[in-house]
Ligand binder design. Structure first.
Ligand SMILES: NC(=O)c1ccc[n+]([C@@H]2O[C@H](COP(=O)([O-])OP(=O)(O)OC[C@H]3O[C@@H](n4cnc5c(N)ncnc54)[C@H](O)[C@@H]3O)[C@@H](O)[C@H]2O)c1
Length: 385
């Protein structure tokens, strides 16, 4: 029951994958009705994964009504309304296309495809079927990042000159770390599609284009520091095909210049996603380790008091915050997924798609493809649009 007394319709979820993202999404669907008035009540109907014992344990913990080993059966089930793809990148295209053809709503983890060709097929499929679709680029739903979007859209920064983003980790430095298989599929290029470009930079690119518009051209450099690793599935030492580090320069359609960097070799950094935007009148900075704060500098402030403001994003007039606690009490990472579920369900109730849709996410696939092509050719590459 909603606060206005209207009944919520049930929406049966088929979750593919019970790993890291299977947990964040299951939590989002479990929590969304507690905090947001949305027209649907998600029902955790089926979780799909290949290890039956672990899938059963996951289903018990999260309250899924059934477990299935084959995603095709979930996609074909008339009981399921929405397929949520929280499995590795090599599964996204096949599952999303089949789900769209079966007339299901589709939510998919990022990156959309392992490359833009897969992303195009997925986008075509959901658009041909006319089904609601969304990609879980969750950083858009951090209240501080949403506030940054509002400030930019209000014109407070003026003309934008610079965009700067980094996503730094350090978990693959050991030469002993194998590639491939459970938990390590990100190091296997056949499964992941690319390394940090499609994994970490994809987040930075999605946020950047949402905040600052389209990217027209890029020039990048990538490096694979550890050239071979044992493969967990074959037991053999095999060449490593992913990029361990990736950096690129970009030009946006609005004339601003950007630098992007991602690596899994920045010792000491676990998940440091930072972004900074410099405009003619004001600048903003945000970082994931302090995600409930937005740094804001406004050159129009009185000279004697001009300086960086450190805004604590916990007031009810900050994006999403009126749904949570009281001023001064902050929220965290998992809430971004709850916000995304809420926005998706509200949009579906209005017969719309919430962003980022598959088509929005395809634009990120075009940029990551261009970055990898430019790194290979050592040139500037125009981004497909
Ligand atoms: N939005 C984000 O911030 C974010 C963060 C992490 C991962 N991701 C994305 O989420 C996806 C999953 O990543 P993860 O970290 O949860 O991975 P994970 O390794 O923790 O979990 C993957 C799950 O998929 C299951 N799986 C693999 N192949 C399958 C198949 N054929 N059929 C059914 N289940 C299958 C595995 O059993 C496992 O439960 C990836 O696309 C990744 O890029 C997004």
């Amino acid at each position: 029951m909603r606060t206005d007394g209207t009944e919520m319709k049930k929406l049966n979820i088929g979750m593919i994958g019970y790993g890291f993202m299977g947990r964040t999404h299951s939590n989002a669907f479990s929590q969304v009705n507690h905090f947001f008035d949305v027209p649907y009540q998600p029902v955790l109907k089926v979780v799909c994964a290949r290890n039956a014992d672990r899938a059963n344990a996951f289903a018990g913990k999260w309250g899924y009504q059934a477990v299935e080993a084959d995603w095709r059966k979930v996609v074909e089930s008339p009981e399921i309304d929405l397929i949520d793809i929280a499995s590795p990148n090599d599964t996204h295209a096949e599952i999303a296309v089949a789900a769209a053809k079966a007339g299901k709503m589709v939510m998919c983890e990022k990156p959309l495809g392992r490359n833009a060709a897969e992303g195009e097929a997925m986008t075509k499929a959901v658009e041909a079927a006319g089904v609601p679709n969304m990609v879980w680029y969750n950083y858009r739903r951090v209240p501080a990042v949403m506030l940054a979007k509002q400030l930019i859209d209000e014109g407070r920064l003026g003309r934008i000159f610079h965009y700067r983003a980094k996503f730094l980790q350090d978990w693959t430095i050991s030469t002993e770390l194998p590639q491939g298989g459970e938990g390590l599929w990100r190091l296997d290029v056949a499964v992941a599609g690319s390394g940090v470009t499609g994994d970490l930079l994809a987040h930075c690119i999605d946020t950047a284009m949402w905040l600052n518009g389209g990217i027209s051209e890029v020039t990048g450099a990538t490096e694979t520091f550890i050239k071979q690793r044992q493969h967990s599935l074959t037991g053999k030492v095999e060449p490593v095909g992913i990029d361990d580090a990736s950096m690129f320069l970009a030009r946006f359609d609005n004339g601003s210049l950007a630098t992007f960097e991602a690596t899994r070799y920045a010792r000491g950094h676990k998940a440091l996603y930072t972004l900074e935007i410099n405009g003619e009148k004001a600048s903003i900075m945000w970082d994931l380790h302090d995600l409930h704060r937005l740094q804001y500098f406004d050159h129009r402030d009185e000279g004697r008091l001009r300086g960086w403001k450190n805004v604590h994003i916990t007031d009810p007039d900050h994006p999403y915050m009126k749904h949570w606690w009281v001023p001064g009490l902050q929220i965290g990472y998992e809430h971004t997924f709850i916000h995304q579920a809420a926005d998706f369900l509200s949009a579906v109730g209005e017969g719309k798609c919430a962003a980022p849709t598959f088509r929005d996410a395809l634009r990120t696939d075009y940029v990551t493809d261009a970055v990898l092509a430019s790194a290979a050719n050592r040139s500037w590459v125009k981004v497909q649009s």
